[in-house]
Every structure is written in C-alpha cells, then in structure tokens.
Design a protein around this ligand. Structure first.
Ligand SMILES: *[C@@H]1O[C@H](CO)[C@@H](O)[C@H](O)[C@H]1NC(C)=O
Ligand SMILES: *[C@@H]1O[C@H](CO)[C@@H](O)[C@H](O)[C@H]1NC(C)=O
Ligand SMILES: [Cu+2]
Length: 227
C-alpha cells in the first residue's frame, strides 16, 4: 500500500512536467535528441526555476552538449515536439542565436548577448486566461525569411505560470536545437539578449498570479520579436 502510494505520487509528479526532445520539419518529427541537445536529467522532464542560472540557456548542462544539425529553409514553419504534452499554462517563446565564425552549432555554447526572439505567444483573455499551447504535443513557428543563411542554435521555452505568484515559482521548460538555415535573406536581427541575463525573477510576465484577479493583459518577458 505504501509502495503503491509513493508510485502514484511519483507518476503524477513526472506527468506534470515535460520536455522538448525533437525538431519537426515538413510536418514530421525527427528522432528524439537527434537535433536537440540532450540535457542532463532530461528523463525527469524537470523545469529550470532560477533565471540567473546557466541552465536557463539550454537546460541543465546543455550549453556544452551537442547534437546533429538540421538544415531548415528560411521562411519555413518548423516546430518542437513536447513529451508528454504541455501540461501547464503559460507562454511559448522561441529564440535563435547565430553561430560565430570559427565555431559550429555542434561546438558553440551560445554565450554572449547573441539571442533574438522569433516567436512569442501569450494568452487570450476572458473569464480566465486561455493559453494556446496548453495540452499541445507539438509547437509550431516560422523561421524568419530574412534571416541570413548559416548555423544557429534554436531555443524553445515554455514558461509554466501555475505557481508563479511568488518569485522563483515560474517553471522554465527549455531545449536547444541545432539548425543550418538555408536560402536565407539579408536581415539583421535586433534586440539581442543573453541567457542568463535576459530575465529577472520579478519581470511582470514571470512573477504573476494568472488566476486571481484574472489578468486583463500579459507582458511576455524578454525582447520584442524579430520577424
Ligand atoms: C554539469 O557538468 C559538470 C561538468 O561536466 C559536472 O561537474 C556537473 O555535475 C554537471 N551537472 C549535473 C547536474 O549533472
Ligand atoms: C502545430 O501544428 C500541428 C499540425 O498542423 C497541429 O496539429 C498542432 O495543433 C499545432 N500546435 C499548436 C500548438 O498550434
Ligand atoms: Cu510540472
């Protein structure tokens, strides 16, 4: 009986969390951790909660992890799988960072003020907040058509806000993919930030009670979206 109770408690804990193990290209999921850096403890599905930690960049120890690199056309719609589904309410954001010369997506740690946002999705408003990615098993977004060709790190972030009314309560679910953008343009991404560094624990989109009183606005943390 005691064993059963602890088993149930463990399962519900694991099910409440999630991770982003695979890229989606042409509507098809690639193999888990093939093009996404496998972070230490990935099987726990656990979130990062300290916005000042290096783990906020690519998850636990994954700034020094490496995967294969997937070619993706600029302007195409791609995505990440979520495993299991996105169980908690909160915004979805996606960032990219251009790999500096002398490095590859497989070797670079993503350090510096180098990350720009390509996607940010908050809630819609009503008698309660509605989050478009709640229960999703995959998330989709478009790679800017103007992005110069070359290798990038691609960072997905879902911020679970169900216990975010005290500082440190928001949960960051993060993965970094490795991509090689082809057929790109001549744009120059702006509003670059560093991870860690981009967020404070007290940012209004991170320290927030999403339940009561029901918010009538929501401010995505971080910079504006480069399109
Ligand atoms: C992260 O990597 C360092 C260096 O390889 C290691 O000492 C540390 O234990 C790792 N952290 C975790 C949580 O595994
Ligand atoms: C992503 O796209 C797939 C395929 O069109 C769709 O089934 C899924 O609902 C989309 N996910 C979100 C969060 O919109
Ligand atoms: Cu959880």
């Amino acid at each position: 009986m005691k064993f059963l109770a602890s088993f149930v408690a463990f399962s519900s804990l694991a099910n409440a969390h999630y991770t982003f193990p695979a890229l989606i290209k042409d509507g098809a999921a690639t193999t888990d951790w093939q093009y996404v850096r496998q972070w230490t403890g990935y099987y726990t599905n656990s979130p990062v909660t300290d916005v000042t930690s290096l783990d906020l960049r690519c998850n636990v120890n994954a700034s020094t992890a490496s995967s294969s690199t997937l070619a993706i056309p600029a302007g195409s719609t791609i995505g990440f799988t979520s495993s299991p589904d996105i169980f908690h309410p909160g915004p979805l954001q996606v960032y990219m960072a251009s790999v500096p010369s002398g490095q590859t997506a497989a070797t670079w740690d993503g350090s510096g003020t180098v990350w720009f946002k390509i996607f940010g999705q908050g809630p819609t408003f009503g008698t309660s907040l509605t989050w478009p990615t709640l229960d999703a098993t995959q998330v989709n977004f478009t790679v800017p058509a103007s992005l110069p060709s070359g290798e990038y790190l691609l960072r997905v972030e879902h911020i679970a806000l169900h216990s975010a009314s005290s500082a440190g309560g928001a949960q960051f679910y993060i993965s970094c993919g490795q991509v090689d953008v082809t057929g790109g343009g001549t744009g120059t991404p702006t509003d670059l930030v560093a991870f860690p560094g981009a967020y404070k624990a007290t940012d209004p989109g991170i320290l927030i009670n999403i339940y009561y009183p029901v918010p009538t606005s929501y401010t995505l943390p971080g910079p504006s979206v480069y399109e």
